[in-house]
Design a protein around this ligand. Structure first.
Ligand code: XLS
Ligand code: NI
Ligand code: NI
Length: 434
């Protein structure tokens, strides 16, 4: 036991009336909603990088957090792991997610970095065994080190492509060894700063081949988790190739990977792309590529990817509504890819940020489930499209030609009558639940 969380108790469900800030008001892991325990619906994960590796810097200032594990070397990496697992237990999160670079010291060579990773993976293995915590997903950090400044798979230098391939292999091995449920590729610097020095045709070919290699390796080692791409439109590069769900789907189709790869959708990235979170989820579900979510919001005024913990129940409810409607998570889950504000220095802040976020998600999921069970929203939606349920309408959809449309309109003297979309009525209905 470290003494980092000495003043922070383990948080449990106490119900909405409790005065205890170290308690859940809405997240009772054992509560059954739509036939499933809340813990199994939500599948919460803590992001190792933001909570334990990020030091509080922003573009105008450096480190604000003072953590006993900051620094180099294996001893400190293990101390960081000790504290991380203590926090996972404090908040009762069933999963965590990690990048190689936030768990192990960087070595002098690739081989040394890999050895460091393997040592930490063994250390994690023991901790996971002791605590019962699982790995939701692993991933590679292909964006912090200067070697990746011009991208990883899409780099103009083939040596970087090879280095990225070797790195992803080591991270897939680590994820597989720890029984990880998924493997994520967020396109770090796979994009460009300026088109005047960029061959985007070539870079897309490289990215496509790289992802095929990942899928080939997954099958080779018998990893049965999902391979997921995490779309993002910009930041760090001016233009990121995995812009949004629609763009990623086109990319997967182009390289024949649409049945092999799903998406990890982040709320903040959806907003950066000019979409709502629920739009991205609904689109992915309709395309059959929905995988998992990163539950962290942006500040709506500043327009950056500020990675804040969720704090808006009505908004989060619409996201879970789409997820439940699509059948819920299978291997995916709710990863808090969120960081504290840089002034939130206390160990308690770290725990309470997660407790609050888990409560927001639990309230939102229960509201979404109630909406779905009530059925009125889906009934209104179905009613709106009811005209398409007739045999004639289905025949029209399958066999129509423009000439046929013309014939029908003239022969039957068709004069379409507009009907209300009933938006405000439906908004009122939703507000009864959230
Ligand atoms: C960055 C991404 C990153 C991924 C994992 O914006 O959200 O944190 O989730 O590499
Ligand atoms: Ni992000
Ligand atoms: Ni993310």
């Amino acid at each position: 036991m470290t003494d980092f969380f000495a003043d922070v108790p383990t948080c449990r469900f106490e119900g909405p009336e409790t005065e205890n800030e170290f308690a859940f008001r809405h997240y009772n892991p054992d509560e059954v909603v739509m036939g499933k325990r809340l813990e199994d619906h939500l599948r919460f994960a803590v992001a190792y990088w933001h909570s334990f590796a990020w030091q509080g810097q922003d573009p105008f200032g450096g480190q604000t957090f003072d953590r006993p594990w900051f620094g180099e070397g294996m001893r400190l990496a293990k101390l960081k792991a000790d504290v991380a697992f203590e926090m996972l237990e404090r908040v009762g999160a069933p999963f965590f997610c990690f990048h190689d670079a936030d768990v192990r010291p960087e070595g002098e060579s690739f081989a040394e970095s890999r050895r460091n990773l393997e040592e930490i993976v063994d250390y994690f293995g023991v901790k996971m065994e002791e605590t019962g915590v699982g790995l939701l997903w692993g991933t590679a950090n292909l964006f912090t080190h200067r070697r990746f400044m011009a991208g990883a798979a899409t780099n103009p230098d083939p040596d970087v492509f090879a280095y990225a391939g070797a790195t992803v292999k080591s991270c897939m091995d680590a994820t597989h060894k720890l029984g990880g449920q998924n493997y994520v590729l967020w396109g770090g610097r796979e994009g460009y700063e300026t088109l005047i020095n960029t061959d985007l045709g070539r870079e897309a070919e490289q990215a496509g081949r790289f992802l095929q290699m990942v899928v080939e390796y997954k099958h080779k080692i018998g990893f049965d988790g999902q391979i997921m791409i995490e779309p993002k439109p910009q930041e760090p590069s001016k233009h990121q190739y995995d812009y949004d769900v629609a763009t990623v789907y086109g990319f997967l189709k182009r390289f024949g990977l649409e049945d092999e790869v799903t998406v990890n959708i982040e709320q903040g990235h959806a907003i950066l792309a000019g979409h709502s979170f629920e739009h991205e989820i609904a689109l992915a579900a309709s395309l059959g590529i929905f995988g998992s979510i990163d539950m962290n919001r942006n500040d709506y005024q500043s327009g950056w990817d500020t990675d804040q913990f969720p704090n808006n129940v009505p908004e989060v409810a619409l996201a879970y509504y789409e997820i439940l409607k699509a059948g819920g998570f299978t291997k995916g889950g709710t990863n808090f890819d969120a960081k504290l504000r840089r002034q939130s220095l206390d160990p308690a802040d770290l725990v309470l940020a997660h407790v609050g976020a888990m409560d927001v998600c639990a309230r939102a999921l229960k509201a979404a489930a109630a909406m779905l069970e009530n059925g009125e929203l889906e009934r209104l939606r179905a009613e709106r499209y009811a005209g398409w349920d007739t045999e004639d309408a289905q025949a029209l959809l399958k066999n129509a030609t423009l000439e046929h449309c013309e014939e029908c309109v003239i022969a039957q003297d068709i004069r379409p009558e507009p009907r209300s979309g009933r938006q405000e009525r439906i908004e009122n209905l939703i507000n009864r639940f959230v």
